[in-house]
Design a protein around this ligand. Structure first.
Ligand code: WQD
Length: 347
């Protein structure tokens, strides 16, 4: 007997695919809708290899409300939605803001309207610590009560706007609940190396660029600045294992569908609670894998904040969730995934 049926919107992506695996492991039936704009169909093989179950997958742009409605009517009984589907490249969002506002906001509005229409009880929304901007250093580690700062990019602004749309819609009486999850920096891959992060083109994020450098695809890793006000001068982030992050979505969905909270909207920071600098991360990777990473310190990257890490106590206490996987094991999983991609001739 299945626990329920979950629509994973954007479920062929990095975090979505890992969450689909953990939902299936927890006894949920999973329906994936994804436009494959930043992923590919063979991710489904990886999900099946890990879980023994091949979820129903429909390729569809979620900005098309009529088409999305038809898919949900053809796959009835969805109890909850996890919305990952969004464009997420910070730099691209600065160059093409309207592409980001249309995609990330219309996708959410369609989901909320279809949830009310079809009796779907809850939505877990993928948000980001980017809403905090650069917290006041005296406010680190950052809690959910930290002030929301003006977004540094259209991408970050779509996360802030979407959180407000959810709150306003539910406040106006929409017949569903929401849990908003603010991710810090998701990294790593499934320990099976069947699924992982598959960036298109030149990776913007640190870990895929680092592992591509380690395997020889890239000549050297550029460290964007070592003149920040941090112990070693490089930026500090809270790097969270992607499987730990995926498990938090299952716990959040359980909480919502079992009506364990009186609050119609809850917000949780998902991080380890530990800040790690870029240089520390490189050293940890080299020690964990015994692989050298050629790097050069260059100028700062525009838009980077200096240091942020989570206070995850609310998620620990209220969700009963905690990040478990060590940074070393997480970096080893990223390296194993990069080697698997090489074996498959993908990168
Ligand atoms: C991490 C650190 C860089 C690349 C962004 C989004 C966030 C989320 C994750 C979507 C920074 C440094 C990076 C490189 C480097 N996006 N770096 N050399 O910017 O913290 O967060 O991605 O979900 O919302 O804001 O992640 O991995 O790009 O950078 O030195 O080649 O690594 O300066 O300090 P970021 P990142």
């Amino acid at each position: 007997m299945k626990k329920g049926k979950i629509l994973v919107a954007g479920g062929m992506g990095y975090i979505g695919s890992h969450t689909a695996v953990e939902l299936i492991n927890a006894g949920y039936e999973v329906l994936i809708i994804d436009d494959l704009s930043n992923s590919n169909a063979d991710v489904l093989d990886g999900i099946e290899k890990i879980t023994g179950t091949r979820p129903v997958f429909v390729q569809q742009d979620l900005k098309d409300k009529e088409a999305t409605r038809a898919i949900l009517k053809a796959n009835p009984g969805v109890d909850g939605v996890i919305l990952f589907a969004a464009y997420k490249a910070v730099g691209e969002s600065v160059r093409e803001p309207l592409k980001y506002y249309r995609n990330n906001i219309v996708t959410l509005i369609n989901q909320l309207e279809l949830m009310a229409e079809l009796g779907i009880k809850g939505i877990v929304f993928s948000s980001s610590c980017t809403v905090y901007g650069q917290p006041d250093v005296s406010h680190l580690p950052v809690t959910e009560k930290a002030p929301i700062q003006p977004a540094l990019s259209p991408y970050g602004n779509t996360k802030q706007i979407n959180e407000e749309i959810i709150r306003d819609t539910i406040h106006a009486g929409a017949p569903f609940k929401s849990i908003i999850l603010r991710y810090f920096n998701p990294i790593g891959a499934h320990p099976s190396a069947e699924i992982g992060e598959l960036p298109n083109g030149v990776p913007q994020n640190l870990i895929p660029y680092l592992t591509q450098t380690a395997i020889g695809i890239r000549k050297e890793l550029s460290v964007f600045g070592d003149d920040y006000h941090t112990p070693d001068g490089s930026c500090i982030r809270d790097y969270i294992n992607v499987v730990d992050l995926a498990k938090a979505h299952v716990v959040a969905m359980d909480r919502m569908l079992e009506n364990r909270s009186d609050e119609p909207v809850e917000i949780f920071n998902l991080g380890t609670g530990h800040g790690v600098s870029v240089l520390e991360l490189i050293q940890t990777f080299e020690k964990a894998t015994d692989v050298k990473v050629p790097y050069r310190v260059v100028g700062r990257r525009e838009g980077d904040i200096e240091q942020v890490w989570a206070n995850p106590e609310k998620a620990n206490k209220v969700l009963g969730w905690k990040a478990e996987v060590s940074l070393a094991d997480t970096l080893r999983s990223a390296w194993n995934w990069q080697k698997r991609l090489r074996e498959r001739g993908i990168q």
